[in-house]
Design a protein around this ligand. Sequence first.
Ligand SMILES: C[S@@+](CC[C@H](N)C(=O)[O-])C[C@H]1O[C@@H](n2cnc3c(N)ncnc32)[C@H](O)[C@@H]1O
Length: 214
Amino acid sequence: MLDIARKEFARYVYQLRPSLDPVLVDMEALAKEKRFPIVGPLVGQLIEVLTYLQQPRRVFEMGSGYGYSAYWFARAMPADGEVICTGSARSAERARQFFTRGRLAHKLRYEVGDALEVIDRIPGDFDAILIDIDKHQYPEAWRKASKRVRVGGLIITDNLLRFGFEKDHTPLNDDPDPGVQGLKEFARLAYADPNFSTTIVTVRDGVGLSVRIA
Ligand SMILES: C[S@@+](CC[C@H](N)C(=O)[O-])C[C@H]1O[C@@H](n2cnc3c(N)ncnc32)[C@H](O)[C@@H]1O
């Protein structure tokens, strides 16, 4: 039931999309060719709507790959906004090429390295943080991100229902896999944190939205 609804929703939204930014089209094609797990256009458009609403000037991404989700942020951020990406040197180079083509290079800052380490060496708060790293690292990502997003800021977390709904249709299943456990622990931490108001929207395989309220 849920799967059918999701597929129909995705199809419906795809056919509504106006003519697309050719850079995004190429990034999506590259993901298909390389089987690289980008957030995809449904989550991309959610990022865009949230970015227009929140107008963040400083975004930190944990897990940027070649910059697909970052590109959605950058398109919608104010002209002086900056999205700080994390990942490999090869991904950084690709991201720079895509952002340059899209005339958004001035908004891109790519820090090569492990996001959980990079965040510790960049001072200051962030208006928004995207979490999209390996799933077993999610609890640590929450612990770090929740301290670094400003009050009123937003943490967007991809894939929160990935295992629960895609594997056996049971939310929060008992699979001992570290990725499953990481997502479960993340959800527990986020919902229990009194400084945040958290929800999970069922776009694609679940996107966490956590607003810092105190
Ligand atoms: C799921 S992909 C998505 C990338 C990007 N958010 C997008 O939508 O295109 C996550 C990427 O982050 C990388 N990654 C995983 N753990 C990481 C970490 N701790 N720090 C930086 N990158 C990481 C993965 O190798 C992969 O390239």
